[in-house]
Ligand binder design. Sequence first.
Ligand code: ATP
Length: 321
Amino acid sequence: MKRIGVLTSGGDASGMNAAVRAVVRTAAAAGCAVVGIRNGFKGLLEEDFCQLPPRSVADILQRGGTILGTARCPEFRQPDGPERAVEIARRHTLEGMVVIGGDGSLKGATAMAKAGLPVVGIPATVDNDIPCSEYTLGFDTAVNVVIEAIDRIRDTATSHERTFVVEVMGRESGAIAMESGLAAGAEAVLVPEHPYDLADVAERIRSGFQKGKKHGIVVVAEGAGSGIEIGRSIQAASGLETRVTVLGHVQRGGSPTARDRLLAAELGARAVTILLAGEATDGQVVVVQRGQIANVPLATALTGQCEIPAALLDLVEVLAR
Ligand code: ATP
């Protein structure tokens, strides 16, 4: 291949830029030019392209967000969307495509591969909700931002001997809540993957204060319920003043952590290597499995469920004693 495209799609995630850099420079090392597509599938349908020579991706490794821009594109989901996109790519002599994004973006990548364009997906979403990969770019950065926020909230909670509910992102995934709650020493973590009993959580917090604890921190994944309503219920059931913080979009941006940068480098390089080797004609996605970089067919990549081990929730309870 002499010319491939790269786009970022769905919600931005730290590490997307580092992945674009890895794609561009790995391709350049193999004599392949890279064309950047602005604003995901929307830019592809609008033919909003830019040349990405190796120097054009200087100084982006450490930046959050995506220099290519990203967008949601309902038009691409129309029955003829993927075919039109592939026809446009061919007209611009693009022989393959790297799609960096979350599960929706990888479904779009699958549709383009079905329409006949070699495509490799790179999982990138703060939600860490791609079943075939243990890890998605942006997750580690988001978890670290949440941990820092909880540490700060804990200072205030301890000073005032208060209960705080912290609502974190993740859509239908409890991954951010689980890892940040465990790492920041929360008293309880509520995730959509497991049922919970608010009366039990309230009792746990109340008895924690009775045993001499100075704070009660409950981390709630957005998919497990509204932090504000959960805070109200805990206050009503425990009789303790309960404050709520919804962290929102501070969790998405910011300079990527070492883990996100390293994986972006490896996943980006692997994506180009398999594309140029002709191994992605049916569509592939680069993944982390058992800690190793691998690639699997896009067609089966999104089946199955991401699980949160119940043992981790139990560990939160044990360690909060
Ligand atoms: P995040 O996990 O951060 O939300 P995402 O990639 O899942 O990222 P989506 O908005 O779900 O974000 O998807 C991004 C784009 O991918 C959509 O705007 C649409 O253009 C395309 N897309 C989503 N689902 C499909 C699908 N089933 N078939 C084809 N294209 C799709």
